[in-house]
Design a protein around this ligand. Structure first.
Ligand SMILES: NC(=O)c1ccc[n+]([C@@H]2O[C@H](COP(=O)([O-])OP(=O)(O)OC[C@H]3O[C@@H](n4cnc5c(N)ncnc54)[C@H](OP(=O)(O)O)[C@@H]3O)[C@@H](O)[C@H]2O)c1
Length: 368
């Protein structure tokens, strides 16, 4: 195959106004690709996941800059590194760019460096950069590979393992059940036999959640009587709350968690989408909505809190991939993605992520 000499790249054309992303905030450039040096490989990006943090990142970007840190799937097309073999697929920190030169020495952008165990597993300096096993990369379509075997599936499963065992007698509430991580957490909890109720934004979204995920019920988190509906759905309290939302939702739900229950706190959609301020103080827990009051409440009621960034536990990646693969094959887990096709449509896909709700993981498939 003739290798390309140039790549196409989306950059910030003009700063956001009032924090709103519009397609004309993006400009398409064509740039020469550098010659491959020892220790480098040339990849063609197949698909990237869109992250709710993009708006925040774009607000801090200078004109002419691209977003360098999208978690994506790419194929190695040429290589001068034996540990990045041609034909292999990688999960990698990728730019808004169709072809890219990569190296195992790249540092993570916006995340902590890998732990020693993760570095030993991946042989790279960034936790999201690694060669995927062929059985995973070639066993499912690109969108499934990036949804289930990317951060969404691994976060959901690791969280449920740490809050586990999830038992058939457990009553589980899953916030953001229509979203990427929540849709997987809800399905896994259901597959363990638990009673599972989701939260989503509006009647249609709730119907979609129940019909698609096969869980028992879904409640509109915007309903004025949300608390009363939760009390009716969980008369004996919530045994496990999977919370990717934070903010006022966490404050409302935390007192409804049963004594000795579990709180799996992994995100802050309320601030990324709902405009609520992200908590400060108390580190990651604070950012995800665990205020000192909630911390005290959980301590008093022996509620276990699990809160982590999944990349810090990527030394467990293979075991998580194995369990997720078995669930996919058994049909107890479905991948739910909303894919925009075509690299040229990336600005519309990013814009749409904030304009209207998406179901499952929002992604851009670069070719076709
Ligand atoms: N800890 C980790 O390692 C880790 C890994 C992955 C993701 N995350 C974090 O987890 C969070 C969720 O990520 P995701 O990829 O699953 O999200 P996503 O696919 O972008 O979906 C967002 C979800 O949040 C819901 N939502 C939006 N605003 C809300 C509000 N004000 N109140 C309640 N629900 C609201 C949406 O519901 P509707 O659309 O139905 O309104 C939707 O279900 C993000 O903060 C992300 O950064 C953390």
């Amino acid at each position: 195959m003739t290798l390309p000499r140039t790549c196409r790249k989306w950059v910030l054309a003009e700063p956001l106004t009032d924090g709103i992303i519009r397609p004309d905030n993006f400009a398409l450039l064509e740039e020469p690709l550098p010659e491959l040096r020892d220790g480098q490989a040339l990849v063609r990006t197949r698909l990237i996941n869109l992250h709710s943090r993009t708006r925040l990142k774009m607000s801090a970007m200078a004109v002419g800059e691209t977003d360098l840190a999208n978690y994506g799937l790419a194929e190695i097309v040429a290589s001068r590194d034996p540990l990045l073999p041609e034909g292999a697929h990688v999960h990698w920190q990728l730019a808004w760019q169709d072809w890219q030169v990569i190296s195992r020495e790249e540092k993570p952008i916006g995340y902590a460096p890998p732990t020693a165990a993760t570095r030993a597993l991946n042989h790279t300096d960034a936790p999201m950069n690694y060669v995927l096993r062929d059985q995973i990369a070639k066993g499912w379509p690109a969108d499934t590979v990036m949804h289930v075997f990317g951060t969404s599936g691994t976060t959901a499963l690791l969280g449920l393992r740490r809050c586990g065992p999830v038992l058939a007698r457990d009553k589980v509430l899953v916030a953001a059940a229509s979203g990427s991580v929540g849709s997987i957490a809800a399905q896994i909890a259901r597959a363990k036999g638990a009673y599972v109720v989701g939260l989503a934004g509006g009647e249609d979204r709730c119907r979609w959640v129940v019909e698609t995920l096969g869980i028992h019920a879904c409640i509109d988190y915007r309903a004025p009587d949300l608390e009363a509906q939760l009390l009716a759905a969980f008369p004996d309290g919530i045994d496990l709350f999977c919370d990717g939302v934070g903010g006022s939702l966490t404050a409302l739900v935390a007192p409804l968690i049963a004594k000795e229950g579990r709180l799996f706190s992994y995100g802050s959609s309320a601030s990324f989408y709902g405009g609520e301020p992200r908590g400060t103080g108390n580190g990651l827990r604070g950012a995800f909505g665990i205020t000192p009051e909630i911390e005290a409440l959980c301590e008093a009621r022996a509620i276990r809190i699990e809160c982590f960034i999944v990349f810090d536990h990527y030394d467990e990646r293979l075991s998580l991939e194995d369990e997720l693969a078995i669930m996919l094959q058994a049909g107890t887990l479905k991948s739910l993605t909303q894919v925009t096709h075509g690299f040229e449509n990336l600005p519309q896909a990013v814009t749409a992520m904030y304009e209207r709700p998406h179901s499952g993981k929002a992604q851009v498939q670069f070719e076709g």
